[in-house]
Design a protein around this ligand. Structure first.
Ligand code: AMP
Ligand code: MN
Ligand code: MN
Ligand code: MN
Length: 288
């Protein structure tokens, strides 16, 4: 029997609604046996998550979700089973985070120009980690101010690529992100590939580049995937011999289509990425 593994979710350390403690408790209550906390560009929640997972008796895999720019598209690369104290990883993540402040100011200016005034201060109130102000926090503020009904609508009107509040930003290079994850002993995973607006040939180039620099896995089952995405990326996993991950990408609030631990199972012939992972807080009943 496969464990109930959920290898991608967020806490208040980046743009989740729940603290690391609350995330782990909710996962345990939902029957998750192996959880990875993967905040954007930041590992500050891992120690707390490990401690609480230990109390709850579930496995906790230290993780991170790194923002990458590939051919002008933002790609997310999850690192699983990382040593979250590794200096090379920490330096890299600090570098990625460092552009956020300026970007947030530029987003606020751009939104001001289309009549949404003073939104940076509002976004900051939704960001528990002041170094990690991002689009989700802007969206939550705009919803709270009564202008839009939900964050999905805010992204559609204002924050998605091509909309007035979208500010192009250069994140990490693919090979750097994968390199930091590997330096920290982790496995690199392409997050929610079904979300990227890449042509078929750019998608192939993404996987070529990813494998060439040591990437080993992709999310086949994701809270962001339709059934057709699962079929498409299962076939890419088979063809390329990549490990497969299962991941809710839970953020909390009412923003997540799938709750912790509630994704569909992986297609049974794929090799699960957790066959290669060891939990920092091992669940009592899971060996390895
Ligand atoms: P950022 O790193 O600041 O560009 O923000 C990216 C985050 O915004 C993602 O991790 C999601 O949490 C959120 N996000 C992106 N697109 C959408 C969308 N269409 N609807 C809701 N949330 C979104
Ligand atoms: Mn997010
Ligand atoms: Mn993501
Ligand atoms: Mn995510």
């Amino acid at each position: 029997m496969s464990p109930n593994a959920d290898l991608h979710c967020h806490s208040t350390v980046s743009d989740g609604w729940l603290t690391p403690t609350e995330v782990v408790r909710r996962a345990a209550a939902n029957g998750v046996e192996l959880l990875a906390l993967t905040d954007h560009d930041e590992v500050g929640g891992i120690d707390e998550a490990v401690a609480v997972a230990h109390e709850c008796g579930i496995g906790l895999v230290p993780g991170v979700e790194i923002s990458v720019t590939f051919r002008d598209e933002t790609i997310h690369v999850v690192g699983l089973g990382i040593d979250h104290r590794n200096a090379q990883l920490l330096d890299g993540l600090a570098q990625v985070r460092s552009g956020r402040e300026q970007r947030a100011q530029a987003m606020s200016d751009a939104l001001d120009a289309v009549g949404l005034h003073g939104v940076l201060a509002g976004a900051r109130r939704f960001a528990r980690n002041p170094a990690m102000v991002g689009r989700a926090h802007f969206a939550r503020h705009i919803v709270a101010s009564g202008l839009m009904p939900d964050v999905g609508t805010v992204f559609r009107y204002y924050l998605a690529r091509g909309k007035p509040g979208f500010v192009p930003h250069v994140w990490a290079r693919l090979e750097d992100a994968v390199g930091w994850i590997r330096a920290a002993g982790g496995i690199a995973v392409i997050a929610h590939p079904g979300r990227y607006r890449l042509s078929a040939s750019d998608m192939e180039a993404l996987f070529d580049g990813f494998v060439a620099c040591g990437g080993e896995a992709l999310e086949v089952v994701s809270g962001a995937h339709a059934d057709s995405d699962v079929l498409r990326f299962a076939s890419i996993a088979r063809r390329r011999g990549l490990l497969a991950s299962r991941a809710s990408d839970f953020h909390g609030g009412s923003e997540s289509p799938v709750d912790l631990g509630r994704c569909d199972p992986l297609p049974p012939d794929l090799v699960p990425v957790w066959s290669r992972l060891r939990a920092a807080a091992p669940a009592a009943h899971l060996h390895s």
